[in-house]
Design a protein around this ligand. Structure first.
Ligand code: PLP
Length: 273
């Protein structure tokens, strides 16, 4: 595998970062996962905007987006896979132990791995741990993913592919790597950004293209929603057929199936919506 680091493509065994990189020592980094499909990157401009917003949120210098675009194009050209996840990682860079910040030379890496198309439906669990909507890093896509790793391991242990969090005031928030939509009385809803969820790019497009309402919802809405679906870069719109012990009849239901169709059509006609 060839990885972009320090302004050039390198073989993965030559792509080395300092053990004192702040991204490694304190998790001071941000990232994006972009869908690569037959040599094109979906919604790259939105991903780069969010990368900049996340970097600013952590107090990192703005990434050089011309370099990031060059890096993405070079990595995609090296790996002509039908479906891939392109990972952009941007950290505080190497820094003496104990310092609050990287030394001003951030580390940028871009890598791409092949991935398989996700199934149309999946099972999810709820977890007792919460997203903190008042956290300094709420809504930022940081590399500090430990809590998500723990929650996802529990989901996998229970035969599910995603774990859903409430926030500190008991409202529905998001999954470890996805946003969540529910259908109530035939209407489509998703939690607002004030719930502490990530401003998912797939979420924003799904809201724009389906007219879903952004609604503050109690966590136990998952016990009675008629339909539930997830959105993320690699899932697109994915129906949920089981939440904890509850099976949802005939997933994808009609509202979800319509959202899947609209998303597929619109995404196919515009790669950088
Ligand atoms: N929420 C979290 C915590 C995520 O990590 C992700 C993506 O990785 C999402 C939501 C979905 O965002 P997107 O649609 O931009 O992939």
């Amino acid at each position: 595998m060839r990885i972009w680091l320090d302004g050039t493509l390198r073989d993965d065994h030559d792509a080395k970062v300092s053990v004192l990189d702040h991204g490694l020592t304190v998790g001071d980094g941000v990232f994006e996962t972009v869908k690569a499909q037959d040599g094109t990157l979906f919604a790259l401009t939105r991903h780069l905007d969010r990368l900049t917003r996340s970097a600013r949120g952590l107090g990192l210098p703005d990434p050089d987006l011309d370099e990031v675009r060059r890096a993405c194009a070079a990595v995609v050209a090296e790996h002509p896979v039908p479906l891939g996840r392109l990972r952009i990682t941007y950290t505080g860079g190497p820094s003496p132990l104990g310092s609050e910040r990287g030394d001003g030379r951030p580390t940028l890496t871009v890598a791409l791995g092949e991935t398989a198309r996700r199934p149309d439906t999946t099972a999810v669990i709820t977890v007792p741990w919460v997203r903190n909507e008042r956290s300094a890093v709420a809504g930022l896509k940081t590399t500090s993913y430990a809590e998500n790793v723990v929650a996802l391991a529990r989901a996998h242990g229970e035969g599910a592919s995603e774990a859903l969090f409430a926030n500190t005031v008991g409202r529905l928030c998001e999954g470890t790597g996805s946003n969540v939509f529910v259908v109530l009385d035939g209407e489509l809803h998703t939690p607002p950004l004030s719930s502490g969820c990530l401003a998912g790019i797939t979420r924003a497009l799904a809201v724009e293209w389906t007219g879903a309402k952004e609604t503050d919802l109690p966590f136990d809405v998952l016990e009675r929603a008629e339909e539930v679906f997830l959105t993320s870069t690699l899932r697109d719109v994915q129906a949920v057929h089981r939440v904890d012990g509850r099976t949802l009849a005939a997933a994808p239901g009609p509202v979800t199936a319509k959202a899947m169709r609209i998303f597929e059509e619109r995404a196919a006609s515009d790669i950088d919506p």
